[in-house]
Design a protein around this ligand. Structure first.
Ligand code: ZN
Length: 247
């Protein structure tokens, strides 16, 4: 099966549409979409993003911003800009889209693949950005491969099956990574709608479960058009500016 992996769309419809168009342009076929949460929060198009996702064959997990919008998380754990965006999202999100977000699972196992928003041990919250946090999570992970989002940084963590060493690397775009039997992996596809690795392009990945390969991609999108919709919605200036820098 070929799966399009996306995460952290964050209500950025222009970036989401650019990803789907890029998949077509590159003639990357997929059978299904696995979306790793945070469909809303930060961006100006929460209804449009949830509605578009719902038209596609997909499985979508819960993210921390989705939960915050639903009132399932204490807003004290978010910064002021995030809180403004969450509050605005709550006001505009239509009932059917709220209901959709309400029933998203925290984790899902699909064969060899564990899907979570953040980390295997704390599926909504934990930031996996270094090998030591990854190592602790590998210990609690029975599936050979875990797919994560949340940090908005495309990363590959590998636990070597021979010597148990954990390594972290930044994936090479457009280059398939072969997932070797015996190793364990934690794979972060990056963020569609708010990249934070210094590259403002939307990020996604293709997973081929048949030959066990993971290929990350990036695509440019019209950042200015998203920024003008954010200004019209009076979303925080810092959130508007960061899209340009990918930070
Ligand atoms: Zn996020």
């Amino acid at each position: 099966m070929r799966v399009l992996i996306i995460s952290d769309i964050h209500a950025n419809l222009t970036a989401f549409e650019a990803v789907l168009a890029d998949v077509n342009t590159r003639k990357l076929e997929y059978d299904f979409i696995w979306c790793l949460g945070d469909v809303v929060g930060y961006g100006p198009d929460p209804n449009e993003c949830v509605s578009l996702l719902r038209t596609l064959p997909h499985l979508c997990l819960a993210g921390n911003h989705d939960w915050a919008v639903l009132g399932k998380l204490d807003l004290e754990t978010f910064n002021d800009n995030a809180i403004s965006a969450i509050t605005w999202t709550r006001e505009v999100l239509r009932t059917e889209n709220l209901r959709y977000l309400q029933v998203r699972p925290e984790r899902s196992e699909q064969g060899d693949y564990l899907l979570v928003h953040a980390s295997p041990r704390l599926p909504i919250w934990e930031y996996v950005l270094d090998p030591s946090v990854a190592e602790d999570n590998f210990r609690e992970m029975s599936a050979p491969v875990c797919l994560i989002g949340h940090t908005h940084v495309p990363l590959v963590f590998v636990k070597d099956g021979r010597n148990q060493a954990v390594r972290m690397s930044h994936p090479e775009h457009n280059l398939p990574l072969a997932l070797k039997k015996g190793n364990k992996y934690m794979l972060n596809c990056g963020s569609v709608g708010q990249p934070r690795d210094g590259d403002p392009r939307a990020a996604y990945a293709m997973l081929d479960t048949g030959n066990a390969t993971w290929t990350p991609y990036r695509v440019e999108y019209d950042v200015a058009s998203v920024q003008s919709r954010m200004r019209a919605a009076a979303l925080p200036e810092k959130l508007i500016a960061r899209l340009e820098y990918g930070r």
